[in-house]
Structure formats: structure tokens, C-alpha cells
Design a protein around this ligand. Structure first.
Ligand SMILES: *Cc1c(COP(=O)(O)O)cnc(C)c1O
Length: 404
């Protein structure tokens, strides 16, 4: 039997318990939503000590809030970080974390397949501030190493990526970055702390969109950054001034969602592998992208750095965009929407979701077929989802034959 001590508490237990006790009041078993904008002090000396950070407490809602702090404690524990801070959205986590450390003349190395919004920061906003950004082929480790060796301030990674679920070897990239004196940021949104803890591979900062799997119910926006205290304090300072603060109600909903994160992911990941195999054997399907498939180029690396292969997959159907137009509306158990990581299965073509900002030529260059469908596996029964895909696929074949 595993001996009890705080250090070896499992992630699933942490998901339920971590970061909550200190924030409960009046004997309640749940963390309250504190909507107060400001906190009152009768003792001026006390007020001053809290305001300058010598004493624990809260002053103003843009800086800190008890409900939001409870969320920060939970994600910190789950990532095994020294500290964590929070944001209004995942994009705020990304943009604030980058802005905290970058100044004109700096250089950033990243990959072409980052999340659409992140890609816009790299291609549109950082160059505007005279920051040089080099985007490498996702999965081309030699190219990333070569660019990092030329010198850079931040190596920014995301693994697995959207929508073709490409994998980057975190350990190998950290080694290259250390030699160049660069900080390594990893967007861990797709894997979640249940499936992957980049800090175990010595990265400097783990970033999350809490809007996706962490919250899990597609009803709250949020973001987080986890890492060493010294880095998090700097990012927190930027964020408190910049004002990209997480809303306490969102924090509450995300805390509630995180309590079932491990259970939801187990179901989604188990289903995703079965669905990927089913799709691979379907005559109407052209290509399937899922790191759990042995022929996926990132499979071996994923096996080394992930505990499960995740709840996201994508596939292209034969017959191009016309076939997708026939297929998608037929699905009964999937929301056709831009989000992912929810309890409900969510689908969308890459050309209208993750890569809507790109031209068809750019998508082609990124290896994203126009008929690519992103499928975020929910927690429904696996066979029901396969049956649903089956009937929708049958519909394409019929329609396409009728048209011919
Ligand atoms: C959605 C997403 C983001 C952005 O998060 P928001 O909460 O929508 O701002 C960043 N990275 C990844 C991988 C995402 O999927």
C-alpha cells in the first residue's frame, strides 16, 4: 500500500481536494463565490501591510480574489508547480506571459501549429513591437534546435497541437533551450495536467486555457500560468496592472469542473482511441490524426511524455468540403461549435474553427486538408458515438453517389 503523505497524493485526489480548504467559510464544504470588488480595513496599519504584500489578504478584485485564488491553488497542485496565477482567458494567459518577458529586439522561436490566437500574436502583434518570431515546422526537432541555438529569449511550444494533434519532444527541446539560455513555455491545454506535466521535464512555464478541458462544461472562460515563484510573481504583476483578471464566477465553475477532470478525461481518451481506430478502417475516411495510433508520427514521443493520448482527434473525409457539408449536420451527438474539451462531443471543420484566419493556401502549407474535421470526444458512451459517426458517414456515401 502506498504510504500516506502529502507528497504522493495522486492527481485524481488533488483534482477533488487541492486548494479548497483554506477558502471555505462558515463551515461550508464548498468554496464560495466572492463577488466583492474591494475589501475593508478598519486598522490602517493592517491595510497598509496587506497592500504592500507583507501580510496575507485581499485589497481589490483586479489583483486578487479568494475564489480565484482557490482555482490558482488547484491548478498549481495539479501541475506540481511552485506557484500559479490566473487570467480572464487562455489567450490572456499567453499574451500576458509573453509580454512580461519580451522587449524590442528579442527573438522568439515557436512552431507553425500553435493555437490560432497564439499564431496571430506571433505573426501580427509581436513583430509590431520589433520582436522577431521564427515559426518552425511542428515536429521538426532539428529545425527548432537549430533556430534555438541561434539565440532566443523564449522557446514557445504547444503539444499536442490543434488540429492535427502533432507532438513535440518536450525533454529534447528543453535541453536545446538550456544551452541557449532561453525560457521554455508550453501550452498544456490539450493534454491537461492529468495526461502531461511539462514541469517534470524542466520547462519554465506551463500555460492553460481553462476554458477547455479544465472547466469541461463550455460555460466559463479562463486561463492559467504555472511555474517557479519568481517567474509567476512577474507575470502576476503584469496581469494585475494589465487587468486580464479571472472572474470569480468563472473561477467557481472551473473549480467545480476540475473535480471531475480525471474521470472525464479517462472516458474521453478511451473513446478517442476506439473512435480513431474505427475511423481508420472506414472507407469514407481519408486520414485520421490521433497520437494514440501507432502510425502517428508522434506516437513514440507521446508514449514517453503523456499518460493518455488525449480526447482530441481529427480526420479528413473523402469527397472534400462537399462531403463535410453533408456529414456534419447529420451528427446527432455533437455540437457543431468552435470550442473543445467539453462533456459534450464537439465538432467543427478546421477551416471554420482553429484555422479560420488562414487562407486555403496557408492551410495547405500547414498540412490541413479542407475536409479536415476536428472531433473533441465528450463523455458520452463510446459505442453511441461510433454509431452516430457510422450513420453520418453512410449519409455522405448516399448523397455523393446520388450526385454522381
Ligand atoms: C482555446 C485555446 C487557447 C485560448 O484559450 P481561450 O480561453 O479561448 O482564450 C489557447 N491554447 C489552446 C491550445 C486552446 O485550445
Amino acid at each position: 500500500m502506498r504510504k500516506y503523505n502529502e507528497q504522493n497524493i495522486n492527481r485524481s485526489t488533488k483534482a477533488v481536494w487541492a486548494g479548497e480548504k483554506e477558502y471555505r467559510v462558515h463551515g461550508a464544504s464548498q468554496v464560495p463565490v466572492v463577488h466583492s470588488v474591494a475589501y475593508t480595513y478598519d486598522d490602517l496599519d493592517d491595510w497598509y501591510e496587506v497592500a504592500i504584500g507583507n501580510k496575507k489578504g485581499h485589497i481589490y478584485g483586479r489583483n486578487t480574489n479568494p475564489t480565484v485564488e482557490s482555482f490558482e491553488q488547484k491548478i498549481k497542485e495539479l501541475e506540481g508547480a511552485e506557484a500559479a496565477t490566473s487570467f480572464s482567458t487562455g489567450m490572456a494567459a499567453i499574451s500576458n506571459s509573453l509580454a512580461t518577458f519580451l522587449k524590442p529586439g528579442d527573438r522568439v522561436v515557436s512552431i507553425k501549429d500553435t493555437y490560432g490566437g497564439t499564431n496571430k500574436i506571433f505573426s501580427e502583434f509581436l513583430p509590431q513591437m520589433n520582436i522577431d518570431v521564427v515559426l518552425c515546422e511542428t515536429g521538426n526537432h532539428e529545425q527548432i534546435e537549430k533556430e534555438v541555438r541561434k539565440g532566443c529569449k523564449i522557446l514557445y511550444l504547444e503539444t499536442p497541437t490543434n488540429p492535427t494533434v502533432k507532438i513535440t519532444d518536450i525533454k529534447r527541446m528543453v535541453k536545446a533551450a538550456r544551452q541557449a539560455g532561453a525560457l521554455v513555455f508550453v501550452d498544456n491545454t490539450f493534454a491537461t495536467p492529468i495526461n502531461q506535466n511539462p514541469l517534470e521535464f524542466d520547462v519554465d512555464l506551463v500555460i492553460h486555457s481553462a476554458t477547455k478541458f479544465l472547466g469541461g462544461h463550455a460555460d466559463a472562460l479562463g486561463g492559467a500560468a504555472c511555474g517557479r515563484k519568481e517567474l509567476i510573481e512577474k507575470i502576476y504583476h503584469y496581469r494585475e496592472i494589465n487587468g486580464a483578471t479571472m472572474d470569480p464566477m468563472a473561477a467557481y465553475l472551473i473549480i467545480r469542473g476540475m473535480k471531475t477532470l480525471h474521470l472525464r478525461l479517462k472516458q474521453s481518451c478511451d473513446s478517442a482511441l476506439k473512435i480513431a481506430k474505427y475511423l481508420q478502417s472506414h472507407e469514407q475516411v481519408d486520414q485520421v490524426f490521433y497520437p494514440g495510433l501507432e502510425d502517428h508520427p508522434g506516437h513514440d514521443i507521446a508514449k514517453k511524455q503523456m499518460r493518455q493520448f488525449g480526447g482530441m482527434l481529427s480526420f479528413s473525409v473523402k469527397g472534400g468540403l462537399d462531403a463535410v457539408r453533408e456529414f456534419l449536420p447529420q451528427l446527432k451527438y455533437a455540437n457543431r461549435a468552435a470550442n473543445l474539451g467539453a462533456v459534450e462531443t464537439t465538432v467543427g471543420p478546421a477551416r471554420t474553427t482553429s484555422h479560420v484566419e488562414n487562407t486555403p493556401e496557408e492551410r495547405a502549407e500547414l498540412g490541413i486538408p479542407e475536409s479536415l474535421v476536428r472531433y473533441s470526444v465528450g463523455i458520452e458512451d463510446t459505442q453511441d458515438l461510433i454509431n452516430d459517426l457510422e450513420q453520418a458517414m453512410a449519409h455522405i456515401s448516399e448523397k455523393m453517389v446520388a450526385k454522381r
